[in-house]
Design a protein around this ligand. Structure first.
Ligand code: ADP
Ligand code: MG
Ligand code: ZN
Length: 484
């Protein structure tokens, strides 16, 4: 018997709004000082009233529209989800039950069931010892309580851990492009839960929910582990229990946490303190117009317009500002050099300097592309100098460094440091002649048509001229001197 895995994801995302979901407190869940951004509303004091953060609603609408989902037409409402836990002093979480902001949509071939808005809980710190006692205690930090939390639920369209992670990564990228969340898994801005069952002969099996997936790697490993575990259970002709399991990162296994609660356990009912939202009043057209070009469109365009391979395009697309930097320098390049048959070759050169040298510099100095002093125009100028043979690639690396330090354009640095390429034929000719005189064996090989010997002689001549001669000119002179 073969078992078919069926996987659906629930992904929670903290939205990057200025203030919290239902009060005016600053939305800074990473604030180190405990209970700093709090007020009676997000502390759950009785008698306080929530108000809806419009920016959070707009953020969810923007994501929903970007994924081709449908904003609720019959009014979208908030509901109380009742349960007890010390991180939830109201005894309920304001969430959305049957009228989510967004229904439907799709990403990477996986259908989206819904996207809704709720509030994050406080953060609990277990195991500290409080003053004056021997007892171990728990602490509650309410900085995170009431932070706008978006929940996206997929249809069970996913088949394995790899597909699940590809979906989650693409969602993360889109959230960043839309500017609605930093979606940093490590910081808990984005949290993944996986629902997984195995079916045999098209009969759906019992669903298990897996939590504690704190990284993409954990998500992939946990899902693949759970597929194996459930297969083992079914092969022993036992039943899979419907439950919530947690991923144990150290042991690389899932462990049972609790028997899964049903929706009726939460006794959802409409939040009486908040109005039903009429999304027609939410300037949907404007929000749609604010959606930038998304990663998938950029990948296609970079391949078509610049001839980049999928791997090359990906290096740029994962960092929106790097992709923008690339495009700005590419358009500068085209304004300097006509778009002839060498177009893709020149772009490859630009890409290589960007992906290796420039990125290398950024890594070395722990800088963001946004902090870089080199403007796309100056960067493109450097590449143009190389293309025109006015600068050797060795010198280009040094000059790039100087550019990062001073923010000056490459021509100015070349002029100031007297680094310009020696184009004076006489001087190069002298260097080449010396190299010929000193390397009889290589000269002989060269005459016999050995390309490696030619490269060796060019390299030696380059060295003699301090790396400042145009290699093409050297080759020309070498040919001329040895053709007689
Ligand atoms: P719950 O009410 O238990 O949270 P939902 O029906 O809301 O369950 O679904 C939650 C997630 O579980 C969704 O991502 C959905 O696609 C997925 N899911 C539903 N049924 C199955 C199933 N039989 N196997 C795997 N995943 C499922
Ligand atoms: Mg659920
Ligand atoms: Zn507050």
């Amino acid at each position: 018997m073969t078992y078919q895995p069926t996987i659906g994801l629930e992904i929670h995302v903290e939205l990057k709004t200025a203030t919290k979901m239902f009060c005016g407190c600053l939305n800074e869940p990473d604030e180190k000082k405990p209970n700093f951004n709090v007020c009676p509303v997000c502390l759950g004091h009785p008698g306080t009233l929530p108000t809806i953060n419009k920016k959070a609603v707009e953020a969810v609408l923007k994501l929903g529209l970007a994924l081709n989902g449908n904003p609720s037409t019959g009014g979208s409402k908030f509901d109380r989800k009742n349960y007890f836990y010390p991180d939830l002093p109201k005894g309920y979480q304001i969430s959305q039950y049957d009228k989510p902001l967004i229904s439907g949509g799709e990403l990477k071939g996986i259908k989206i069931r819904r996207v809704h808005l709720e509030e994050d809980t406080a953060r609990l710190l277990h195991g500290g010892v409080s003053a004056g006692t021997e007892q171990s205690s728990s602490f509650a930090d309410f900085n995170r309580a009431g932070v706008p939390l978006m929940e996206l639920v997929t249809e069970p369209d996913i088949k394995n851990g790899k597909e699940a992670v590809a979906f989650a990564r693409e969602l993360q990228l889109i959230l960043r492009y839309l500017g609605i969340s930093d979606a940093d898994m490590e910081k808990g801005h984005m949290r993944i839960e996986a629902n997984l069952s195995l079916s045999a002969d098209r009969v759906l099996g019992t669903k298990v929910e897996v939590k504690n997936l704190n990284s993409f790697r954990a998500a992939e490993e946990a899902i693949d582990y759970e597929i194996k575990r459930q297969t083992g259970v079914l092969e022993k002709r036992e039943k899979v229990v419907q439950e919530t399991r947690g991923w144990n990162e150290n042991k690389k296994i899932t462990v049972s946490q609790r028997i899964k609660e049903e929706a009726h356990d939460y006794r959802y009912f409409p939040e009486p303190d908040l109005p039903v939202l009429n999304l027609g009043e939410f300037r949907l057209e404007e929000i749609k117009a604010e959606i930038p070009e998304l990663p998938e469109q950029i990948r296609t365009r970079f391949s078509k317009e610049y001839g980049l391979s999928p791997e090359q395009a990906e290096i740029l697309v994962v960092d929106r500002r790097l992709a923008e930097y690339f495009e700005e320098s590419a358009s500068e390049l085209f304004s300097e050099i006509s778009e002839d048959e060498n177009k893709f070759k020149n772009i490859q050169l630009l890409f290589n300097y960007l992906a290796s040298d420039l990125k290398g510099l950024l890594n070395e100095k722990c800088l963001d592309i946004g902090d870089l002093k080199i403007s796309p125009e100056n960067f493109s100028d450097l590449v143009v100098l190389i293309i025109k043979g006015e600068l050797s690639s060795r010198l280009a690396k040094d000059i790039l460094r100087e550019m990062a330090e001073s923010g000056l354009d490459p021509r100015r640095i070349i002029a100031e440091k007297n680094l310009s390429q020696i184009s004076d034929e006489k001087i190069i000719e002298q260097a080449v002649a010396e190299v010929i005189a000193q390397n009889n064996k290589a000269v002989e090989d060269y005459r016999n048509g050995k390309e490696s010997a030619a490269q060796f002689l060019v390299g030696q001549s380059m060295k003699k001229s301090g790396g400042r001669a145009d290699p093409r000119k050297i080759r020309e002179i070498l040919n001329r001197l040895l053709s007689s």
